[in-house]
Write a protein that binds this ligand. Structure first.
Ligand SMILES: Cc1cc2nc3c(=O)[nH]c(=O)nc-3n(C[C@H](O)[C@H](O)[C@H](O)COP(=O)(O)OP(=O)(O)OC[C@H]3O[C@@H](n4cnc5c(N)ncnc54)[C@H](O)[C@@H]3O)c2cc1C
Length: 511
């Protein structure tokens, strides 16, 4: 294996994970990153003031904790530690206490009253077989074998069947298993992580997986900020001799001429001393792994892709976007119900029916007057994020793709209003605030196309064909060019599994 050279384009969790796997196998690896710092949508920064650590993207890690990719890289030995809030998630309800997703399946079910048995029947079997289900869900769907050799076809099939029986339905249908608005709302808040309308098949799988993760592993944050995951990954990469070139935007990938045809030439722009960008000399590598989404892959100069693959990339849809607001709070959010303050994640936006309607509106391109809002309060688990007596929070709303101008500002105000309704005195407690429109997010990270955060909508088609129908979804069809971003299986989320699976596929192909 040693002697190979790889370039990784983009340093999100998937690019960094792929780079680590190859560097550990003895490859010479360079990661190219447009931004001034590595990490993509896993970075943290002091955007609200000195000593206030806000996560620019991912903050809560139900699938990062225990991720086979991160475990394999032993990130704990590089300083990563998880901090668990007392309660994984709360769902605020109008005029009554919130519905709570506890670590305990039994406690959660018990608090749902007449829906006790329904919750246990839907989520319990997945919790009982969590490791098998998670491994199966994180491998490419069309592969018969999991990425670990001990996964037999039968074991993987059984794990997928366990999830499929409960998750293949539309979330609107699965919600009918519950009799109370409380249980339906709790389920809806988790199913909405999909960003897919609840009338679509497979949306229930998000409710089941996020619920089961809460009971099996919790929904922790990374102590010190999600940046701690990035730092652990970069530490591992550099330990194995890998390099990261920040401030370098890759603009082209083309084959070397003549006898060197198996080599690829990377070209790009580096930020110059005056802030301008200069075209830089091309570097030759054997393999290129792209932590990019389809739109960006299609834009790379000189990249020859098979026409069938290009066609699949052109058909790719990204779905609804987000508008995000970061807050620094004096104390903690003054929630009307104190249990809400004990949760690391809070879902807002009303009942199952209201969330179902607002999610469908966002997908149709309409901003709902009451959008679904997902709020994280990492300070509930980790007191290192802000000076004593203060806490950090971010909240985002699902909005139409590419929403801009006054409508995007209005979406940010709707987030403020939704929190304030559930926490009287919230506005007075805000010490600092920064809103991010879809354009702001995409300017920060080109992968967040139109303000979307999961590399492409996980509809049934884009779950099976991610991004094209193939037993080898990480291959682009052009020799030496691979895709490793969240636009490949298993989709969005800061777990590094796309990068891990892609790098393992590269090693198998070249081994
Ligand atoms: C606001 C927000 C909140 C989120 N919350 C959560 C959460 O709580 N939990 C969770 O699990 N997930 C969450 N996610 C999703 C998660 O962050 C992403 O799914 C994950 O980061 C995807 O990783 P990636 O490596 O595929 O891409 P990214 O993290 O997007 O990284 C891609 C990188 O490639 C770089 N790049 C792009 N084009 C080029 C180029 N031409 N040349 C060089 N570099 C380039 C970008 O600058 C970027 O650094 C959130 C995302 C956002 C934006």
């Amino acid at each position: 294996m040693a002697g190979h050279r790889a370039a990784v384009v983009g340093s999100g969790p998937n690019g960094l994970t792929a780079a680590c796997v190859l560097a550990r196998a003895g490859w010479e690896v360079t990661v190219y990153e447009t931004a001034d710092a590595p990490g993509g949508a896993l970075r943290s920064a002091e955007v609200l003031g000195d000593g206030v650590i806000s996560d620019l993207g991912a903050s809560v890690h139900p699938f990062g904790v225990g991720s086979p990719a991160f475990e394999d890289l032993r990130l704990a030995e590089r300083g990563l530690s998880w901090a668990h809030p007392e309660i994984p998630a709360a769902h605020t309800l109008d005029d009554e206490p919130p519905a709570l997703l506890h670590s305990s399946l039994e406690q959660t079910a018990a608090e749902l009253g007449v829906d006790h048995d329904a919750w246990r029947r839907l989520i319990g079997p997945v919790v009982a077989h969590w490791e098998e289900v998670r491994r199966a869900a994180m491998a490419p769907p069309l592969r018969t074998f999991g990425h670990r050799s001990e996964d037999s076809v039968v074991a993987r099939g059984a794990a997928l069947a366990r999830l499929g029986l409960r998750g293949a339905w539309p979330a609107d249908v699965a919600a009918r298993l519950f009799r109370t608005p409380r249980a339906r709302a709790l389920f809806a808040g988790m199913a909405a992580h999909s960003t897919v309308p609840f009338s679509h098949p497979l949306t229930a799988a998000f409710g089941v997986l996020f619920g089961a993760a809460g009971h099996a592993t919790g929904w922790p944050v990374a102590r010190g900020g999600s940046q701690a995951i990035v730092d652990a990954l970069t530490g591992e990469l550099e330990h194995h001799g890998g390099r990261i070139e920040t401030g370098f935007e890759v603009t082209g990938v083309r084959r070397a001429p003549g006898r060197l045809r198996r080599t690829h030439l990377i070209s790009g722009r580096r930020r110059g001393p005056g802030g301008g960008r200069a075209v830089v000399a091309e570097e030759a590598v054997d393999v290129v792994l792209c932590d990019l989404t389809p739109t960006q892959l299609l834009r790379l100069d000189g990249l020859e892709l098979p026409s069938r693959y290009r066609h699949a990339l052109r058909r790719w849809t990204y779905g609804p976007a987000i508008v995000k607001v970061d807050y620094l709070i004096d104390g903690t959010i003054p929630w009307a119900h104190p249990d809400t303050a004990r949760a690391g994640t809070v879902h807002l936006g009303g009942s199952h029916a209201q969330i179902s309607a607002s999610e469908a509106a966002a997908a149709r391109g309409v901003l709902s007057g009451r959008p679904y809002v997902l709020l994280t309060q990492p300070s509930a688990a980790d007191d290192s994020r802000a000076p004593a007596g203060q806490s950090v929070v971010w909240a985002y709303a699902h909005v139409p793709h590419g929403l801009e101008g006054p409508a995007a500002q209005r979406a940010a105000e709707l987030i403020d209003a939704e929190i304030a309704v559930n926490a009287p005195g919230f506005r007075e407690a805000v010490l600092a605030r920064q809103a991010w429109t879809p354009q702001d997010l995409e300017s920060m990270n080109a992968n967040l196309v139109g303000g979307t955060i999961s590399g492409g909508m996980p509809t049934v088609r884009q779950f099976v064909a991610r991004p094209a129908l193939s037993l080898q979804p990480y291959r682009t069809g052009t020799e030496g060019i691979w895709l490793c971003s969240s636009s490949t299986p298993p989709g969005g989320g800061a777990h590094g599994m796309n990068g891990h699976n892609a790098a393992q596929a590269v090693l198998r192909a070249l081994g």
